[in-house]
Design a protein around this ligand. Structure first.
Ligand SMILES: Nc1ncnc2c1ncn2[C@@H]1O[C@H](COP(=O)(O)OP(=O)(O)O)[C@@H](O)[C@H]1O
Ligand SMILES: [Mg+2]
Length: 224
């Protein structure tokens, strides 16, 4: 059976205000259902911009964001997309904002309508799975970079999304935590778009790569 397009951009152009040129130009990208794509390219080539555009966090100057074969226009379309797609930011400080780690992990579940008790139960279980239970009552801003990254992954994984967008998920991690994260992602069965320079992670987790061109070599994209 041919896989169905799930999420993508058509002829997308993103130019940040005041920038010399567009970061993404005439870019076509499609994630099919169940597919696992590695997003590669040098620093500044637009990997983060592409991921943020895929969930409507960076607006397109031209082109279309397409979710389940429908062009995303209304706020309600964006809301449905965000419920279906988990997003792990490159900077964990963009993900963590609650007074404690446990509350940060429970936040998404409460938003999805879980009871307080269920949200806390599932959040504690997630923290245990990730060997983070001892951090449950800590203030997120007091954690190390690697701990923050693991907690920010937990805040998204706990919602059991079927599709995950991950921006440099193994930055700041030691070998043990990296293995743990790779194992969890492998087992999750999620469709993935992973921006990373971690070749071993991409080899292990993804089916194909999508390359963004070196910004010093001109604008636009190369398909791999
Ligand atoms: N909010 C922003 N405002 C202006 N320029 C930005 C912004 N975010 C990113 N950029 C610029 O866009 C280019 C691509 O950035 P980014 O998508 O973060 O690349 P990557 O993730 O591949 O390193 C870079 O030149 C970066 O400086
Ligand atoms: Mg980036």
């Amino acid at each position: 059976m041919t896989p169905q397009p799930f999420l993508g951009l058509r002829k997308a152009r993103v130019r940040y205000p005041g920038a010399d040129g567009p970061v993404l130009d005439d870019l076509d990208f499609t994630l099919h259902s169940g597919e696992r794509v590695g997003l590669v390219g040098p620093i500044g080539s637009g990997k983060t911009t592409l991921l943020l555009s895929l969930v409507g966090l960076v607006p397109l100057n031209q082109g279309e964001l397409v979710f389940q074969e429908r062009v995303v226009r209304a706020k309600t379309d964006v809301a449905a997309l965000r419920r279906a797609v988990g997003f792990v930011f490159q900077d964990p400080d963009d993900q963590l904002f609650s007074p404690t780690v446990l509350e940060d992990v429970a936040f998404g579940l409460l938003n999805l309508g879980c009871s307080q008790a269920e949200a806390l139960d599932k959040s504690l279980a997630m923290l245990e799975d990730m060997h983070l239970a001892h951090l449950a009552q800590r203030q997120p801003n007091t954690l190390s970079g690697g701990q923050k990254r693991l907690v920010s992954l937990a805040t998204v994984l706990v919602m059991r999304p079927k599709t995950l967008l991950l921006d440099e998920p193994t930055n700041d991690l030691d070998d043990r935590s990296r293995e743990l994260v790779m194992g969890i992602l492998q087992q999750s069965g999620c469709a993935l778009v992973v921006a990373s320079h971690d070749q071993a992670l991409l080899d292990d987790l993804t089916d194909r790569r999508f390359s963004l061109r070196d910004p010093l070599g001109g604008w636009g994209v190369l398909l791999s």
